[in-house]
Design a binder for this molecule. Structure first.
Ligand code: TXA
Ligand code: MG
Length: 331
């Protein structure tokens, strides 16, 4: 069921108790984070973690992010913590950055897909933080969608995906960031972005004062397992393609002769186009915030094709570029 708290930013003590008891029982809840909604379970309960894999239909070799409510909990779950991790935790947490570190013995192999590293983040949504601060352990929380599908940015999206199969879906409003956290590997020789997000490479370089690598600059060998790195991921069910801005209008003109199409673009809808045409913001933060909601809206139309206008190659757009590229791989 969807639990609509009296306030979107804080659970009452009754609401909180229900959530904590559900987690203590080893059940899964859906909670808002600032990026996307997550399916959360006790990170120290193997049966609870298994439920997450089963619910999502997620292959067992795709590791989970461990969420913590206090920077001090880093030491519970990671070892050999480099100073870069502490600096980033101070500057960005709570916030949309996940860091990959050497795992401590407390972290089960089920969370890490048998790797010796663990991905950790401290989310900033006040309800996620409230739960984490009041629960004795960390929470594993993948995005609350079926494996490979679009991540949810509202409680209703989670309900559409899982219905009554999750005992509590907490409604914390539309998520602010809208795409998943940036993942930074701090166990490689040079810190490397494994998944781009709204915390950009330049921001990380400015904070750390060093050069870091982006996902496509990293050497292929020894790459850790990142499920978001599968080519077709975050994908609508409708076939989706990306077209460069300069070719968009002619492309749309041609394609609409033989197909039912919908468009997500920064350009205005041309007068002769009679389908659904959604506008992507020119501000990357706003574009990210709306992206998955808009893709779901277009997917629901069950047309032949979704066309997304490409975005520019700059650092600020790298998270969105990554997601629309993955959404558009044919499957
Ligand atoms: O914003 C987010 O990170 C959201 C919210 C709910 O916190 N969570 C999320 O989780 O996106 P999920 O499971 O959908 O994606 C987790 C990503 C995957 O790409 C996974 O492969 C990667 O984190 N990951 C987890 N552990 C890792 C590790 N030890 N090394 C490298 N990548 C890891
Ligand atoms: Mg996901």
């Amino acid at each position: 069921m969807i639990l609509t708290p009296q306030k979107k930013s804080k659970l009452t003590s009754n609401e909180l108790n229900r959530v904590i008891e559900t987690l203590q029982r080893g059940d899964v809840i859906a909670m808002p984070t600032e990026t996307v909604y997550g399916l959360a379970a006790d990170a120290e309960n193997l049966e609870a973690i298994k439920k997450i894999f089963a619910l999502k239909g997620r292959p067992i070799d795709h590791p989970l992010i461990l969420h913590i409510g206090d920077k001090k909990d880093l030491e519970k779950y990671a070892v050999n913590i480099p100073s870069f991790a502490l600096i980033l935790a101070d500057c960005i947490w709570p916030g949309p950055l996940t860091i990959v570190l050497k795992k401590s013995a407390r972290v089960s192999d089920l969370i890490t897909a048998n790797q010796d590293t663990v991905a950790i983040r401290m989310p900033s949504h006040p309800i996620a933080l409230q739960i984490l601060k009041n629960f004795a352990h960390g929470l594993v929380a993948p995005s609350a969608n079926k494996f490979g599908h679009i991540s949810p940015t509202t409680a209703q999206h989670v309900y559409d995906e899982f219905g009554e199969n999750i005992p509590i879906i907490i409604d914390g409003g539309s998520t602010k960031v809208g795409i998943e956290s940036t993942i930074l590997n701090l166990t490689s020789e040079v810190p490397t972005i494994l998944r781009p997000g709204i915390i950009s490479k330049k921001m990380l370089e400015n904070i750390l004062g060093i050069k870091i690598l982006s996902n496509n600059e990293a050497p292929i060998k020894n790459q850790p397992k990142v499920s978001g790195s599968l080519k077709s991921h975050y994908a609508p069910k409708t076939k989706t393609i990306v077209i460069d801005g300069a070719k968009l209008k002619t492309g749309v003109n041609e394609l609409q002769k033989s197909k039912k199409i919908a468009v997500l673009s920064q350009q205005k809808k041309p007068a002769q186009f009679n389908g659904v045409w959604l506008i992507m913001s020119k501000n990357p933060n706003t574009a990210a915030q709306k992206l998955y909601k808009q893709l779901r809206e277009l997917d629901r139309l069950k047309l032949d094709l979704i066309i997304i206008e490409n975005v520019d190659d700059s650092d600020q757009w790298s998270g969105i570029k990554d997601r629309i590229t993955r959404a558009s791989v044919s499957f």
